[in-house]
Each structure stands twice: as C-alpha cells, then as structure tokens.
Ligand binder design. Structure first.
Ligand SMILES: [Zn+2]
Length: 282
C-alpha cells in the first residue's frame, strides 16, 4: 500500500475500540522493525520522526524509507512529524512527502497556538495531509509528579481549540510524560474520558513509554485513538545491540548487532500493539 494520512486511521480506531501505535524511529533498522511488528499484529501504523531527529535522519530519507516500508505492508502506514516546532518546519515536512504533521505550540498562549495551528491545517488539508496539535503541557518524565501533573488539558478549552483549528487529532496532558518517570505516573482518567467525549477529533496520548500496561489498557478503553511510544523502543533497541556485541564480539558485522537490536525492538513494539488492541472490536 502507499502511505496514507492518519485521519481516517484514527477515526477507524475510535470506531473499533483500539489505539493506533505512533512509534518514533530514526533509521532503516527501526523503520523496518516497527513495520514488521505492525504487519505481524495486523495493526495500522504511524511512523514518527521527532523534530530534533530531522537533521539526523533527513525528512527526505525518512519518507523514502516509510514509502518502501508501506509497500511491504497490507496494513495502512502513515509518516508524521512529532512535535513540529514551527509552521515552517511542518510545511517543510509536508513538501518532503510526510502524510501527517504535528505542530506543537502548546508553550505559546492559546490564541497564538490556535492561529498558527490553523495556518498549518489550511496548508495541509487541501493536500490531504493530517494535522495533530497539542494543548496543555506534557512534561519530561524525570520531573517530580507535582510538576508533571501541573499543566493538564482543560476539556472545554480543548473542544474550543479543536473547533477553531479544524485539526485531525489533539495531544493532551493527562498525567503521562516523555521519557523515564522519576516515579509512577498518576493519570487523570476522568479528565481523559471527558476530553475523549467532548472534543470533536481523536485524542492522542504522548509519553506512552514506561507507563504501566494496565494504565495504557485503561486509556484505550476510554477511547484514546493514538498513543506515542519512543523511549521504550529506544531502550529495547539499545539492549539488543549490547547483547549483539556480547554475542558476536567487537568485530561483529553491522548486520549482526543491528539485527539483534531490531529483534528486541520488534518484541517491544508488538507488546505495545497488543495492549492497544485489548478492546478492539468489529
Ligand atoms: Zn510527545
């Protein structure tokens, strides 16, 4: 299949009670790994590139890899920018062939966030590109829980934000955070439920790594349609590579330790996808 925008993917997920995995990757081995995991589990997939990894991977390289990966798949595959920092960065990714972008101006004031997000939507939608934005503050998981939970998304403002911008998905702050938690996340499930019911587009949860499986499953039950995973895949890949070097020695062929990394990443990705599909129904 060819690459697709993620809008329909997320609406289908909402309708059928599961969440779409959005996995952060940076190179051929990680793209291949998550694609194989999605294909094995029969799940649609969003290949994501974090904004800070754009220079490392190259937007054009990422699209080429994603396009080739999608041709190997029977499941729908999208390629999207994660936490795009500016209008220009988002548009540049679209020009390079991304089928979705996230524009994250959550640290700007509400009106500025609305204004620039809407401009990205106005550029993207006529070109059949999906747009995700963020409202509320999603912190680094290393911060204490009081900080992590200090910028949660207001459901009413979220509904207003969605109707004023016309976005296809909204990332919200409900108690998850990016990276490795300093202490277990305390998730506001009531808030998550209200957001899912109130806003006029699918809900996205960031910081899905390192979050207890039961919490992830609960969020899927409440109707969250997209969950971002970066750190857990990164850790799994690192672990595999270290094991590869132990097994094959310091003179290992690149394919030997990369393959070991990829195997671990596939296991981690498949585990997440199974969680996301716990309540999947026809
Ligand atoms: Zn994020």
């Amino acid at each position: 299949m060819s690459l697709v925008p993620f809008k329909k993917m997320l609406l289908d997920a909402q309708k059928h009670g599961y969440a779409v995995p959005a996995f952060n990757v940076v190179n051929l081995e990680t793209v291949q790994g998550i694609t194989r995991a999605a294909e094995m589990e029969g799940s649609p997939l969003i290949i994501q590139l974090y904004h800070a990894d754009l220079d490392f991977a190259g937007a054009d390289f990422m699209v080429s890899m994603a396009e080739t990966a999608s041709k190997h798949c029977t499941v729908p595959v999208s390629v999207s920018l994660d936490h795009g920092r500016s209008y220009e960065q988002a548009i540049n990714c679209i020009k390079n062939g991304f089928t979705g972008v996230m524009i994250d101006l959550s640290s700007s004031d509400f009106d500025e966030n609305v204004r620039t997000t809407k401009e990205v939507v106005e550029y993207a939608h006529p070109r059949n590109i999906s747009v995700e934005a963020e409202l509320g503050e999603i912190f680094d998981a290393a911060a204490p829980v009081e900080v992590r939970n200090s910028g949660m998304t207001d459901p009413k403002m979220a509904a207003e934000f969605v109707s004023r911008t016309g976005i296809d998905a909204l990332a919200v702050s409900i108690g998850t955070a990016h990276g490795i938690y300093s202490s277990a996340p305390v998730i506001d499930f009531d808030r998550a439920e209200e957001i899912v019911k109130k806003i006029g587009c699918p809900t996205v949860v960031h910081g899905g790594s390192n979050t207890p499986d039961k919490d992830i499953v609960h969020l899927c039950k409440l109707g969250v349609a997209k969950i971002n995973i970066g750190t857990d895949l990164n850790l799994a890949f690192n672990k595999g590579i270290q094991e590869g070097f132990r097994q094959f020695g310091n003179n290992a062929a690149i394919r030997e330790y990369m393959n070991a990394g990829q195997e671990k990443l596939i296991e981690a990705a498949r585990h997440k996808i199974r969680l996301f599909r716990t309540y999947a129904h026809d």
